[in-house]
Write a new protein. Structure first.
Length: 159
């Protein structure tokens, strides 16, 4: 590869990495918003946030489709020592950006795990309430039995 081409690829990779970083920050913000909605049990708004997160992840996937092939190619050049000083500096800057993205991703993962745990707690609480309601209904039926054969005729077959 030519030095100019490598520089252009690295600059493009840096731009894509910056766009990815912005999307990951957006995803982190949505995850934090999700936590607040879970705490307030705003389930309708929670579904909207989940949809926004899904769109954000889809956008990141599209960026990755462009990023990964270019990155693998330039990474091989770096590992083989084929990059000049300027390109090496750009590659190392790119690696710093990627580390920042990994750090953001780790935070999002931890926050998402907390959100899932909180949702499970809410689900258990609702399940417990539903169980108590069902038990109450059964008790109520014992005190107020429903007679389905009221006014029926009894026939004795032993005649």
């Amino acid at each position: 590869m030519g030095k100019q081409y490598e520089r252009e690829v690295l600059e493009k990779l840096l731009c894509i990495a910056e766009a990815k970083k912005k999307k990951w920050y957006e995803l982190q913000k949505l995850t934090q918003e999700q936590r607040a909605l879970i705490a307030s049990e705003g389930m309708e708004d929670l579904l909207i946030v989940i949809d926004k997160k899904e769109m954000c992840i889809h956008a990141i996937d599209k960026l990755d489709e462009e990023f990964i092939p270019l990155y693998k190619r330039i990474q091989t050049e770096y590992e083989n020592g084929c990059l000049d000083r300027e390109c090496t500096a750009l590659f190392e800057e790119l690696e710093d950006d990627l580390q920042c993205i990994k750090d953001i991703l780790t935070k999002i993962y931890e926050e998402d795990k907390e959100n899932v745990d909180k949702l499970k707690d809410i689900q258990k609480e609702y399940a417990g309430n539903i169980k108590r309601i069902n038990q109450g209904t059964k008790r109520q039926e014992l005190y107020n039995p429903v007679h389905s054969i009221d006014g029926g005729i009894f026939i004795d077959e032993k005649q």
